[in-house]
Design a protein around this ligand. Sequence first.
Ligand code: SAM
Length: 359
Amino acid sequence: MFGTKKQCLGAFFIVWGSETMFEPSKHCSTISNNVSGDFRQNEQAMAEVEPLDWKEIDVRLGEVEPEIAREVLLDLLTDDISPVIALSRLLLALGGAQETEELLAAVARRWGRPLDPRLREMAVLLHDHREGCDRVADMLREHPDPLRMSGPPEEIVATFRRFFDRSVTRNEEASVAAYSLGDPGILSQVTEEVVAQLRAWDLLGPDRSTLEIGCGIGRMQAALSPYVGEAHGIDISPKMVETARRRCAGLPNVSFSVSSGRDLADFPAERFDLVYAVDSFPYVHQAGPEVVETHFHEAARVLKPGGEFVILHFSYRDSTEEDRAEVRKLSRAAGFTLVMNGAQPFKLWDGVAFRMRKG
Ligand SMILES: C[S@@+](CC[C@H](N)C(=O)[O-])C[C@H]1O[C@@H](n2cnc3c(N)ncnc32)[C@H](O)[C@@H]1O
């Protein structure tokens, strides 16, 4: 799907016109492998480029409008975020694939050569996933605006239920992760990164029971299945749960159920060794402080002593400092020991990690 030199050249010419800013063979081996194989191969290309400091990057970028797009590019070029995350953020900031392509073309013209491999990778991702990018941009446009939501928790939960019920029927991968660009290969690389981190934290094992809040299409359960005794997922969206059941059919230690989105009342005390939320807690957070507090107390209740509550992304407010302060307060009130408060342990994904231990 991604590999030939012709396709790579196509990406180059479409995005940057006729100037020769890169060597096709090098570009192809790096980028096409990155997309279909391993993103980390971009590190090899990076090693061949002279590193620029923040000021030089700033000058080379020049004027970029809107400011939010400039911030995304700065985050990318200072290695704060990966090309897939940067691309999904640009799609959100600019509203579409066409606008993103035009902005990248202008940036590339100003940048000169050699073009930074991260910018190059983003442009090729956009070209190779044009349809997925359009779909992601549509979904992002329809996503309820977190800043404009108000009302009782059940109304907010219902709004998200409708949104996710609709999104999953359009594209399963994009409905749970815009950065996947609708590509199962991209999503599974990020999933592997999350699983590797959970393993490194020693949270998995054949005797462990796990619960994910907001499981979506069940990608985490499918990936965790070989490493745990039980992988259960709950979600407010019946269509997500239906999809997850289909995708995980045949995995005997995986199960799913539809939840109210307001508590964990379906489970008895001390039932799980790990309760976690991947990119879903911001939706819980949107439902209001009472629902957030309830989830902390409920997680403490359903966890066995020594079990952990892990949240990867806590809120939409874009302030890790404020998230840290709130998580510190909530975890103390629920009787947790805070083990990690807002670290960023991932390379491909930009998930911010919070870990709390019971007892
Ligand atoms: C961005 S998706 C992430 C799905 C999954 N965790 C993943 O990373 O693939 C967010 C999911 O959270 C679910 N969700 C939203 N609010 C929820 C709530 N209050 N309780 C449980 N699930 C919720 C949505 O239906 C959606 O499936």
